[in-house]
Design a binder for this molecule. Structure first.
Ligand code: ATR
Length: 275
């Protein structure tokens, strides 16, 4: 008897994760046999949990905070992009028990931009990034891969932006946080990767008055969908893309590998996850 494929999102805490809703919706929409659950796993239980899952019928998992970096040490094979980013969000459990780790955050980021702003051209000019945390790393790798000619980064804690520049090279320039508003003047792509503007967090206060209306602006924050950052960009006449699509698109490669069907990210998917 073939087992029904199981997958999960592993994190701590995990109750806030939208991934069970997303994958549950896709399983239902495509009439596929399978399950997707949320697993709360403490740091010291991560290795044992990972190794116990294949025998229970799990074919893979998503990994979220705080395990995205530490999970790499338990993987038998890591994709180049996950190695570059230094974190994984998607695992595939091979039939022989080996663990394959990938990072699809950058894929999700680019797919969201391409879907939300079809005329977006990464090569049209520099990209400006606010923030230099874990999410910024995935965004930087994805933008370099997409061919942006230059990346300008500003972060409250400047050394973290400098570390990104040191890791990813000559195409990156660091601007001090007190001058972060100047970054947007020449940028054709502008990204907020900080948690500013998220429900419950501080507001995004850097001025976006220098934005050109041709610039595509996106936020990785998706709660609220329309962040003050995106609102300010909209007022400048820019095309804006909210952060929900990044979360939805990053789930596509895992779902396809685990359940054998490439799922659609469309308005119906958004509504299912938001409901
Ligand atoms: P993630 O993995 O989601 O990027 P993170 O690594 O904690 O999360 O990074 C959060 C980002 O938001 C960082 O760039 C952080 O700036 P610092 O590196 O200076 O901490 C930024 N951030 C959070 N709160 C901020 C605030 N009040 N003002 C400016 N930046 C802030």
């Amino acid at each position: 008897m073939t087992q029904i494929p199981r997958a999960a999102v592993i994190g701590n805490p995990i109750s806030h994760s939208l991934s069970p809703k997303l994958h549950g919706y896709w399983l239902k929409r495509y009439g596929l046999e399978g399950s997707y659950e949320a697993l709360q796993v403490a740091e010291d239980a991560l290795e044992a949990t990972l190794h116990s899952l294949p025998a229970k019928g799990f074919v893979g998992a998503n990994v979220t905070i705080p395990h995205k970096v530490s999970v790499l040490q338990f993987a038998d094979q890591v994709t180049d992009r996950a190695t570059l980013i230094g974190a994984a969000n998607t695992l595939i459990f091979k039939a022989d028990g080996r663990i394959f780790a990938d990072n699809t955050d950058g894929y999700g980021f680019i797919s969201n931009l391409r879907q939300g702003a079809p005329s977006w051209d990464p090569k049209a000019g520099p990209a400006a990034i606010f923030g230099a945390g874990g999410a910024a790393r995935a965004v930087v790798v994805a933008l370099i891969d997409a061919g942006v000619p230059e990346i300008v980064i500003s972060n409250r804690t400047r050394p973290k932006a400098e570390a990104l520049r040191d890791d990813f090279g000559a195409r990156i320039r660091v601007v001090d946080w007190v001058q972060a508003d100047t970054m947007v003047e020449d940028a054709m792509t502008v990204v907020n990767t900080t948690s500013l503007g998220m429900k419950g967090a501080s507001d995004f206060k850097v001025s976006l008055d220098g934005l050109r209306k041709e610039t595509v602006v996106t936020d990785i924050v998706y709660n609220p969908l329309k962040t003050p950052f995106l609102e300010a960009a909209e007022k400048r006449g820019c095309t804006t893309v909210d952060g929900l699509g990044m979360l939805l698109h990053q789930g596509v490669p895992g779902f396809e590998r685990w359940f054998g069907h490439r799922p659609e990210v469309d308005e119906e998917t958004r509504q299912a996850v938001l409901s």
